[in-house]
Design a protein around this ligand. Sequence first.
Ligand code: PLP
Length: 458
Amino acid sequence: MLPNSLVELDRAHLIHPVASYRGHEQAGVRVLKTGRGATVTDAAGRELIDGFAGLWCVNAGYGQDKIIEAATRQLRELPYATGYFGLGSEPAIRLAAALAERAPGDLNHIYFTLGGSDAVDSTVRFIRFYYHALGKPQKDQFISVMQGYHGSSTTGAGLTALPAFHAGFGVPFDWQHKIPSHYSYRNPVGSDPQEIIKASVAALRAKVQELGPERVAAFYVEPIQGSGGVLVPPSGWLKAMRDTCRELDILFVADEVITGFGRTGPLFACEDDGIVPDLMTVAKGLTSGYCPMGAVFLSDRVYETIADGAGASAVGHGYTYSAHPVSAAVGLACLDLYENGLLENGRRVGQRLMAGLRGLADHPLVGEVRGRGMLAAVELVTNKEKKTPLPAAAEPGRRIFDRAWDNGLVVRAFPNGVLGYAPPLCCTDDDIDRIIDRTRRTLDETLADADVREAMTG
Ligand code: PLP
């Protein structure tokens, strides 16, 4: 089938996630055909470095034979096994055990989902059930962080704090609350790490006080806020928030959907901060995007309370595809690759990525470079002193994405002119250098735009 007819079929029938439907109909789809390592090729044969690993998920890179073989083997042997009726499959059991062994602290109990959104959604159900089991059903208020992203399910979208996920959808619900982000580049308390930590702890305390400590169930964080623009908290922030939750008797949920599986260096970013959450969510790198899968980790205490609370009755939460054997086989193969070279390579090239991006700081459009490991962002401004964002009328997100694409680079271009990077951990030095070179070329071309120049001199 010719790409042109594919574009027409897509236009007529395929609804794309988080897109302007009318805008997409006009622009048409770009079809990707093949991938190898950190490179993808489109239907016209154009090769691009995937600086965003699909949607920050193809951590292992494309074309990994070990993953493909594991999936194929499992498809032949047993393509599906339900977890209902006390049934199971070997890869799912082995993956749960392997994850529990590697997880921080006593996060020993794993519930598999299909991705991150239903993992977050599952945490809400588990947490509500946990407090019912404890005889505290009134603990039903949830707090998350501004600029946070916790998926697109009906409940998760309300924990998410990005306006596009709320407008027109009737969320957040009245039990979903937010505190300000640690976003250090634009924080009203300034950029001093200790001041930011103090302000966040105070904001959490104040919010719990306002809602009534006996009513608050849980606090959700991403170790690094991804979809909000790769916002890295000051060192010690995560631990301070975790400690505060323990003191206030509210559950601490770490959403590691992006940060898990080597994205920031270790297997889980919580390890960077030496903390153990009460619940943890993962997806994306768990199967490197080869098959859909997510997971919720429950601590011993949360699991035992739920189990005892339910007693002989069923805990009524389940999905047809929970612990899918093919996804689990893929997860095991990914884990093997991570631990036999990929995590180490990611840490090495992550330093090259950060150094390369920091080398762009002298560019007239670069306001801030931030990140950790293979997760980074470059925030563009037209005035460095005033931190003036690129003019919205310039549609910086779309324009920069298109331009980077023409330069052979896939990058996340947020609508406010922040560029996001999350390349596969298998990147070579050359791949990283190409990402940096192509970014600089894209920035130079953007600098030449009349409306951007006008905003800079105006
Ligand atoms: N939580 C976080 C932190 C995420 O970044 C995402 C997706 O980007 C999700 C949850 C939702 O995951 P999914 O898109 O797999 O449903």
